[in-house]
Design a binder for this molecule. Sequence first.
Ligand SMILES: [Zn+2]
Length: 158
Amino acid sequence: MADFIRSFAWVFVGSIIAGFLIAYFDAHFRRPSHSDTTDAILYPRSKLLRSAAFIVFAIWATFAVFILLITLNGMGVLHSPSLFEGSIVTLAGLCLLYIALASTLRCQQCGKHLIIQWIEAPEFADRIKGLDGWASILLRVSRRKPFQCMYCGQHYLP
Ligand SMILES: [Zn+2]
């Protein structure tokens, strides 16, 4: 049973290392960016933004595993408390990591948190594929698309 927690710990550490490696390679081998928005400025900490996007994808994946474990347990197929605990610990760790990272990423123009949505409907929230606010910013960042601050509308290049 301890093997499950150990493997979750490895996945957790591995995903963080992978995130930083991706951010490193992105920073050194990025393709030249262009934008059709005239007032867009290059966001200076875009590799941290991309790391945050990666963490959110990891949170969704871990959450999917968590739901799968509950389902399998409910069906009586798999009963593994340690695997269950491992997924909760991983989920909590990833959420804390996201909050820590997101709290350092602010808009250059208005100073508000770029990927923490404090209000329900920010004025400049961009809607894309059913996502808006912070989620649409992270989706755009992960695809290297220009995005805008949901609070003041400042355009950025990732
Ligand atoms: Zn702003």
